[in-house]
Design a protein around this ligand. Structure first.
Ligand code: SAM
Length: 254
């Protein structure tokens, strides 16, 4: 059911918006002065895409689908103009960034600034000495916490190749001696060496990851999950972050 909801329903909305906009363009092109609106030309296709994206916005479609709405008319008409290698390059680029989407069912999306601050406050209150972000993405959590707490060692573990490279560069440029990004699967980490373990993953790994945390983490240390709960175990505390997406940090004390 969730596949249907997440994959098919958005495409139905896309096609409905595109069909509506195309119908309006065809109607207008028939009624306006000849030549003032020619269907299939680049400006008209871009206008169609923008209008369809606007409709998508009204339907509260996620941003990625608005991009699909915008590009679809041009892609359909000018698809042949794009060389085959460009599709391959785009595919490889996506694979290197969204490396864990298929295998771990964890895509890349990032913790926002207000949540960074909430985490920094939590780290201060817990008097942690070592913190890890499991699946550290672009390294935003790691650099923010390391800057906020120079005495705390902050690590990020990541396996998406391009994301590891970019976040290692970010840490190198930020010149924070207490921050580091490690190319390592979170399943291979020894969680017993950390006082606070943070993750922002997906519902899929939560049960297994919490089981690993229970086996490895020391009593009194904190397992903090952004948005995703551990099935069958109530959090000891839920921190509501004052942000637009109503982020909740689920805090489990080991
Ligand atoms: C939703 S993102 C969160 C990024 C970052 N923690 C943040 O909050 O900004 C999840 C990240 O976990 C990474 N990931 C997924 N499975 C992983 C694994 N087994 N080992 C290391 N990283 C993993 C993904 O590549 C992705 O970058």
């Amino acid at each position: 059911m969730s596949v249907l909801r997440n994959q098919i329903v958005p495409w139905i909305k896309v096609l409905a918006c595109q069909a509506l906009v195309l119908a309006i363009v065809l109607l207008l092109s028939g009624s306006l002065t000849p030549g003032s609106l020619t269907p299939g030309t680049l400006p008209v296709l871009l206008g169609q895409g923008a209008a369809a994206a606007g409709l998508g916005l009204l339907l509260r479609m996620p941003r990625i689908w608005l991009l699909v709405q915008f590009l679809l008319p041009v892609a359909v008409v000018y698809g042949d103009a794009v060389p085959a290698w460009a599709y391959l390059a785009a595919f490889v680029l996506c694979a290197l960034v969204y490396w864990n989407s298929a295998s771990e069912q964890v895509p890349l999306y990032l913790t926002n600034r207000r949540t960074w601050q909430a985490l920094a406050d939590l780290v201060a209150a817990s008097q942690a000495g070592r913190v890890v972000d499991l699946g550290s993405g672009m390294g935003g959590v790691v650099t923010f916490l390391a800057r906020a707490h120079p005495a705390v060692e902050v690590s990020g573990l990541e396996t998406a190749p391009l994301v590891v490279a970019a976040s290692k560069l970010r840490v190198a440029f930020s010149r924070l001696p207490n921050a580091r990004i490690v190319y390592r699967s979170l399943w291979d980490a020894d969680l017993g060496t950390y006082d606070v373990v943070y993750c922002f993953l997906s519902p899929v790994p939560m049960a297994r990851l919490f089981e690993k945390s229970r086996r490895e983490m020391r009593p009194g240390t904190l397992f903090v999950s952004n948005s995703f709960t551990v099935p069958g175990r109530a959090a000891d505390r839920i921190l509501d972050v004052d942000d637009a997406r109503h982020t909740q940090l689920h805090i489990y004390t080991l």
